[in-house]
Design a protein around this ligand. Structure first.
Ligand SMILES: *Cc1c(COP(=O)(O)O)cnc(C)c1O
Length: 371
């Protein structure tokens, strides 16, 4: 076999930007330039003063506009990313029992958190095979339904619909900002900035309905011990002041504000989702037309428009990744634990649909060279 590191792609097969990772994902060069331009006045200043708090306010207000949040919904934020937020949900949102739709690694991780929490009943877990979706049904013993809008490990997207009465908490870590959602269908829509928002990690954000805010207050009043850094009541109090409980990464907040406003300037969530639709059409259309490639998710309506998984046959996916990486095209390796001969390609709004098209031509070239 040709050594994949020796293949040089011709210049016209190189995308303008080679970052196709599903998270951390491509950060917009304009956002990085804005950070460099404003960094002297912003970085290294107090997160309790207006210089930073005004940027947090832009994030909170911008997200409320982007998602069309109804009156009474609030944007909360805190440190630790979506993984820490799972712990915060177990401590401060689930009253007695949660239900989980498990369709991959990320949704399984949250289910494992509530299963381990000694103060909660065993969760109701509905599991479907990787690459498929499914839904939760109402259950009277459940007070919090955990859904995932996009299962990043498998590249499967779901439609967000309330399963029943109770809090609906949606892991939208890789979906938020790239997929359409109706706020009436969720109580908590949470995410981190390093995926569709083209930012950096370490922060969690949560769009919370009045019912979610009421639940936070009720659980906090119940006397359950909660570590302060994971206490949603403390996060609520600080978020209302455009702060976090402890020091956040200021660059993360800056990059997020920049991209939220970029999305709003371009036409909002509909524009961003439309751009992802376009990239998805290019990539899945290409895979379906090739005898060596096939979308991993068989149901076309469940194929993610924010990160696509493509199975390969007759050519080694790892060699493809190596050859791409040698040409500056990075992070299209599949999710490790899935163990498939696959590429996983992000289609987030910051990624140019034209670059996705160029990537498909680069893949054609490399497959020719490698098989
Ligand atoms: C990336 C991801 C997470 C974890 O996010 P962190 O910010 O790294 O904790 C959780 N859920 C989904 C669906 C993700 O894609």
């Amino acid at each position: 076999m040709t050594d994949p590191t020796t293949i040089r792609l011709p210049a016209d097969l190189l995308p303008g930007d080679g970052r196709f990772g599903s998270g951390p994902s491509k950060v917009r060069p304009d956002a990085l330039a804005a950070l460099a331009a404003h960094g002297r006045a912003y970085m290294g200043t107090s997160h309790r003063r207006d210089g930073v708090r005004s940027v947090v306010r832009r994030v909170r207000e911008g997200l409320a506009t982007l998602f069309g949040l109804p009156d009474g919904y609030e944007v909360l934020l805190g440190n630790g990313g979506s993984t820490a937020f799972w712990d915060a949900l177990a401590f401060g949102m689930v009253e007695a029992r949660s239900a989980h739709l498990v369709i991959g690694e990320f949704s399984a991780k949250f289910a494992a958190v509530t299963r381990g929490a000694p103060f909660l009943a065993d969760p109701l877990v509905v599991e479907h095979p990787p690459g498929t979706v499914g839904a939760l049904a109402a259950d009277p013993s459940v007070d919090c339904y955990a859904l995932v809008h996009n299962e990043t490990s498998t590249g499967a997207m779901t439609e967000i619909v309330r399963p029943g009465p109770g809090i609906v908490a949606v892991d939208a870590t890789s979906a938020a900002g790239g997929l359409r959602v109706d706020p009436a269908e969720f109580d908590v829509y949470y995410f981190a900035p390093q995926k569709a928002f083209a930012g950096d990690g370490g922060l969690w954000l949560a769009c919370c309905s009045p019912a979610a805010v009421e639940r936070i207050e009720r659980v906090a009043a119940s006397g359950r011990w909660v570590p302060p850094s994971l206490d949603l009541a403390i996060a609520l109090e600080n978020s209302r002041l455009d702060q976090t409980y402890n020091t956040p990464a200021l660059a993360t907040i800056f990059l997020l504000a920049d991209t939220v406003e970029w999305m709003l300037d371009q036409g909002g969530l509909e524009w961003a989702a439309g751009r992802c639709d376009r990239s998805a059409g290019i990539l899945y259309g290409w895979a379906e037309a090739r005898d060596f490639a096939m979308p991993f998710v068989t149901d076309p309506t469940a194929r993610s428009h924010v990160n696509a998984t493509i199975d390969f046959e007759g050519v080694d996916g790892e060699a493809l990744c190596t050859a791409l990486r040698a040409n500056g095209i990075v992070d299209v390796e599949p999710y490790r634990k899935l163990g498939r001969n696959q590429l996983r390609i992000a289609l987030f709004p910051a990624i140019e649909p034209d670059d996705v098209a160029t990537l498909t031509r680069a893949l054609d070239h490399l497959v020719d060279a490698l098989r």
